[in-house]
Design a protein around this ligand. Structure first.
Ligand code: THU
Length: 126
C-alpha cells in the first residue's frame, strides 16, 4: 500500500476537534481520479452531531470531485488507539467504494487492510 496514505492520515488526526472523547482520528483517501483528500473527526457539545474522520473526508472529496467520486484506497488512524471504521462510516464508504477496495487501519501497530466487502458484507444499496 501507499504508506504515505497513513502518514497523511496521521497528520490529519493531529487536527481533530475532539475535546469530549479525546480520540483524535484522521483519514486519508485516494480517489480513482488520483486525488488525495484528508479529514479528521469534529465533535460537538451536542454529542450526536459529531462527524467521524472518514465521513468528513468522503464528503469533502465529493464536494471537490462531484457525485462521480470513487474511492481507490482509504486509510484511517487514531492517535493512541487502534480501530477499524465504525459501522456508520462503513456504510458511507461502501457508497463510494467497490467491493475490492482496500480499507487500511492499524492492528497491533501494523497497517492491515480489509476489502470493502469484508468490512461490510451485504451492505444496503438501492
Ligand atoms: N470516530 C471516527 O472519527 N471514526 C470512526 O470510525 C469511529 C469514531 C470518532 C468519533 C468521535 O469523535 C470519537 O472518534 C470517539 O468515538
Amino acid at each position: 500500500m501507499n504508506s504515505d496514505l497513513f502518514k497523511t492520515a496521521a497528520a490529519a488526526a493531529a487536527k481533530a476537534y475532539a475535546p469530549y472523547s479525546r480520540f483524535q482520528v484522521g483519514c486519508a483517501l485516494l480517489t480513482v481520479q488520483g486525488n488525495l483528500f484528508t479529514g479528521c473527526n469534529v465533535e460537538n457539545a451536542s454529542y450526536g452531531l459529531t462527524i467521524c474522520a472518514e465521513r468528513n473526508t468522503i464528503f469533502h472529496a465529493v464536494a471537490e470531485e462531484g457525485p462521480g467520486m470513487k474511492i481507490a484506497e482509504l486509510a484511517v488512524i487514531a492517535l493512541g488507539f487502534e480501530f477499524p471504521p465504525c459501522g456508520a462510516c462503513r456504510q458511507v464508504i461502501a457508497e463510494f467504494a467497490g467491493p475490492r477496495v482496500p480499507i487500511w487501519f492499524l492492528r497491533d501497530g501494523k497497517p492491515v487492510s480489509m476489502t470493502m466487502a469484508e468490512l461490510l458484507p451485504a451492505s444496503f444499496r438501492i
